[in-house]
Design a protein around this ligand. Structure first.
Ligand code: NAD
Ligand code: MG
Length: 390
């Protein structure tokens, strides 16, 4: 029986994780769960799974939840230190890191330092803390399983799973991208899109922020950096290929010309269940892949002129140090501003570009530097949005 700490339980990844836990009550139990503000969804989770501890983002959310679930034997808590505490709790074996954005970094690190198996959906924590994050994973001998579907596919296609192959046999990592809802749109057409249009992903149902990131290709940019940290490569060793059907989730190309990929219907329950049971597999209730029904798989190159965020991510990697935390923070502010109707869709990449090149790049020697860069980039992004200088 594996005890699960589910960070971000009310989100899209959180709900898919709960689905797997509910399907396999003999294998998993929900020990703890967190959410920011969604009290109503958390009431349902508490009633169905009866975790030991639940953490909300504010005292008012905690109090409201505690009142609604007063008949249940659950410890209701709130705030950052409680989040870090549930990730390190001795009853927990696996931490699902599924909080949205930079806010997920501290609790994820807490799980790493406590030696838990880490199921990493929260790509922003790895993108921003990079080497520090991977050093902690190595120092605590942690089993880190990527949940992002592309990285999960790469993980499955890398040498440890391909009999006899070694790292030096790998030629390239091929990171696939759906291209998002605006793949075929001109810049003029994209200039006036609404948040509703941008959130309508053709293949995946996801949280708001990652849906906007997918539409702007910032998600692929973050994933490029994520792949570099996870698999110890540079952006030059990763090819991004647009594959609109999202059936091939990514590939590894070997020096003999072999290409190994992982395929499946676009449903996050597959990589989630893989992470929870690795090196074994379990049922997920995802319908089997019907290749004759799909019939055709298409591939094209990403258009960096229409989607400059992808290039910005590679630039940030080569700038190094705090540049990746800066880009991520600028993007979090820009996406939130787009969702609030304060800036247009194309302005997201403009804000990101401006802040990335405005902020000082500092070597990342400790976490304080990352947090300072995050605060600074948020201020720069906010200022250039208010002053319309992007
Ligand atoms: P979501 O918006 O649906 O859910 C986010 C969860 O985090 C919610 O439970 C919310 O309450 C919590 N949260 C948000 N802000 C918080 C804060 N400041 N403090 C504490 N908790 C907070 O997001 P999602 O789509 O489930 O994505 C979660 C993470 O997984 C993101 O990093 C995303 O990039 C990554 N991811 C998601 C998918 C997907 O298919 N949804 C795929 C790959 C990776
Ligand atoms: Mg992904």
């Amino acid at each position: 029986m594996q005890g699960i700490c589910l960070l971000g339980a009310t989100g899209s990844i959180g709900q898919s994780t709960l689905d797997i836990i509910a399907q396999h009550p003999d294998k998993f139990s929900l020990v703890s769960a967190s959410a920011n503000t969604s009290v109503a969804k958390m009431v349902d989770i508490c009633r169905q799974f009866q975790p030991q501890r639940v953490v909300m983002g504010s005292q008012s959310a905690r109090d409201e939840l505690a009142l609604l679930c007063a008949d249940l034997d659950i410890s209701f808590e709130w705030g950052e230190s409680s989040l870090e505490s549930i990730a390190a709790d001795s009853a927990v074996d696996q931490v699902m890191a599924a909080i949205m954005g930079f806010a997920g970094l501290k609790p994820t690190l807490s799980g790493i330092r406590a030696g838990k198996r880490i199921l990493l959906a929260n790509k922003e924590s790895l993108v921003t803390a990079g080497k520090l994050f991977m050093d902690e994973v190595a120092n605590h001998n942690v089993c880190l399983l990527p949940i992002d579907s592309e990285h999960n596919a790469i993980y499955q296609s890398l040498p440890q799973h391909s009999a006899g192959a070694h790292k030096q046999d790998v030629d390239k990592i091929i990171l696939t991208a759906s291209g998002g809802p605006f793949r075929t749109w001109s810049l003029d057409e994209m200039a006036n899109v609404t948040p509703e249009q941008a959130c309508k992903h053709p293949n995946w149902s996801m949280g708001q922020k990652i849906s906007i990131d997918s539409a702007s290709l910032m998600n692929k940019g973050l994933e490029l950096i994520e792949a570099c940290w996870l698999f110890d490569v540079t952006p030059d060793e990763v090819d991004v290929v647009v594959h609109p059907e999202s059936i091939i989730h990514s590939m590894v190309s070997y020096r003999d010309g072999s290409v190994i990929s992982q395929m499946g219907n676009p449903d996050m329950k597959i990589p989630i269940a893989y992470g929870m049971t690795w090196p074994n597999r379990i049922e997920t209730n995802v319908p089997p892949l019907n290749l004759t029904e799909i019939a055709r798989l298409n591939f094209e190159s990403p258009d960096l002129r229409r989607f400059p965020n992808l290039q910005l991510a590679a630039d940030a990697w080569y700038l190094g140090g705090t540049a990746m935390a800066t880009l991520n923070a600028a993007n979090e502010i820009a996406v939130a501003s787009f969702l609030q109707g304060r800036i247009g869709f194309l302005d997201i990449a403009r804000v990101n570009h401006k802040v990335l090149h405005q902020a000082e790049v500092i070597p990342v020697n400790d976490l304080d530097v990352v947090f300072a860069a995050d605060v600074c980039a948020r201020k720069l992004a906010e200022a250039c949005i208010v002053q319309e200088t992007f």
